[in-house]
Design a protein around this ligand. Structure first.
Ligand SMILES: [Zn+2]
Length: 81
């Protein structure tokens, strides 16, 4: 069946975007903040780089509480077998 109900489709899309929110803690003051992955590929946030760094997308996010600029490294989720 390829007959999609547009309302359900939009709902699922919004739901998916909300679900993809990640809550992280500020490295300086510990306040939590929400971040959205840059895309559907790099969805695993890390506060530190891997060693070796590998493939990632870097994002800066200013903490609302202490103005510390946190760096988030988005990785591809590991494929679980
Ligand atoms: Zn902070």
């Amino acid at each position: 069946m390829h007959c999609l109900n547009p309302e359900i489709f939009t709902y699922n899309l919004i739901k998916k975007q909300i679900m993809s929110f990640k809550t992280l803690g500020c490295l300086k003051c510990g306040s939590s903040y929400d971040v959205i992955p840059p895309d559907g590929v790099y969805t695993e946030p890390r506060s530190k780089l891997d060693d070796p760094p590998g493939d990632f997308v870097e994002m800066k996010k200013e903490c609302i509480s202490c103005k510390n600029k946190n760096t988030i490294y988005w990785y591809k989720p590991e494929i679980k077998q």
